[in-house]
Ligand binder design. Sequence first.
Ligand code: FAD
Length: 431
Amino acid sequence: ATTARQPDVLVVGGGIGGLSAACALARQGLRVRVLERTKEFGEVGAGLQIAPNCTRILAEYGLLEEARSLGVVPEHMVMRDALDSRELTRLDLRDLERRYGFPYMVIHRTDLHAIFLRACEHAGVELLTDQDVVGYENTEGGARVLLRNGRSEFAPLVVAADGLHSVARRLLVGDDLVSSDYVAYRAAVPIEQVRDNGISERDVTVYIGPHCHFVQYALRRGDMFNQVAVFRSPKALAGHADWGTPDELDAAFAPACDPVRRGVALMWRDRWWQMLDRDPVENWVHGRIVLLGDAAHPPLQYMAQGAIMAIEDGWVLARHHARHHARRAAAAGAGGAPDWDAVLAAYEAVRVEHCRRVQNTARAWGELWHVDGVRRLQRNALMRQRDAYDYSFTDWVYGPTALTPDEEPPMFTPIPLSSASFEDPDGALTV
Ligand code: FAD
């Protein structure tokens, strides 16, 4: 790739957020350059769930069939209790697809990342690796990024998609990461290794239990099986720096039901992910530097919306660019450079509130999943009462991505777990 011509947009970070935004903007005819810190583009980790609010966008980009051919479209999402393995509630994912018009899928992260990488190449995005961005500054008509090697680059717009530990976020907002004291272990193994473990190959299964949960689904056309084990770390609570270690994994899941314990035995033990997020902030736009993806709104992963929100961000940015571009072209004598200030204001107006809702709901969802004692029994009884075809808690997330605050659907408010308002129809609460 050549760096001779000045780009219209610099994207810092070539993760799923950065690449999907780069591809969306390049498809509008903009010259886009991606600056990625690592020596090669790639993704670490295993599976990703992608809900209809993401597959709708993939379809618009012409990438859904490729994703479908590499992933799996499960039949149900089934939630079970991690101690006794009883079913609590389920979503019928075929019916969900009919409701929202697009599938709920699971895909290997590497595959989704590679799809966007290829789409970027086709759209003419300049993809540069080994570019460690260490500074940002707004200048006349745009912004400049500073690289560790001493070079600097300028563009009318700089998109900072540099992830959870974002340098841009540190410099522009300066807030701290928030530790949940939970840690995630992952594993993607050949399906043959788990066939005798009491698994369901056609479903996404989520076991929820006291201070832990465990997620399973088939990947790569059903050839692989993905597992995520998440638990609260006693060492984190005690203030140790080295927390979430494999001995804690085994202890956390010792009381779990047999299918979960069998699954936990297969987790990768050389790497784990401490679960961190940030408090929502309102200001993602700083002159011509804009935060996107985890740099703007890193969630706890309990809604499985982190990568999706990043993809939505790029789509919204590109759609507002298209709208403003069309308006300017229609106005007499206008044209030329995009009105980035208007585009960024429109982006911030709609995305900040949506992502704040998802971040806060993810935290609340985690609390509900991880309750213990009587509250666990209350929750289980409530979940079992839910009509499997009640979509009130998915409509605001899985429906079409809003472009303006007016289009944002009202948010679902979960029922509080208060014993005062709680009825116990089948006497399940006898402790
Ligand atoms: P990242 O993927 O972190 O990418 C940032 C990129 O920027 C990286 O390539 C990095 O190398 C580069 N970079 C960083 N600093 C610099 C720098 N200074 N200069 C240049 N480049 C830099 N989301 C879902 O939608 N569905 C799920 O099912 C789901 N499951 C999850 C399960 C777990 C256990 C976890 C931890 C997360 C899960 N998520 C899920 C969330 C999702 O993984 C993230 O929200 C998403 O990957 C964020 O993408 P991003 O591109 O914003 O950031």
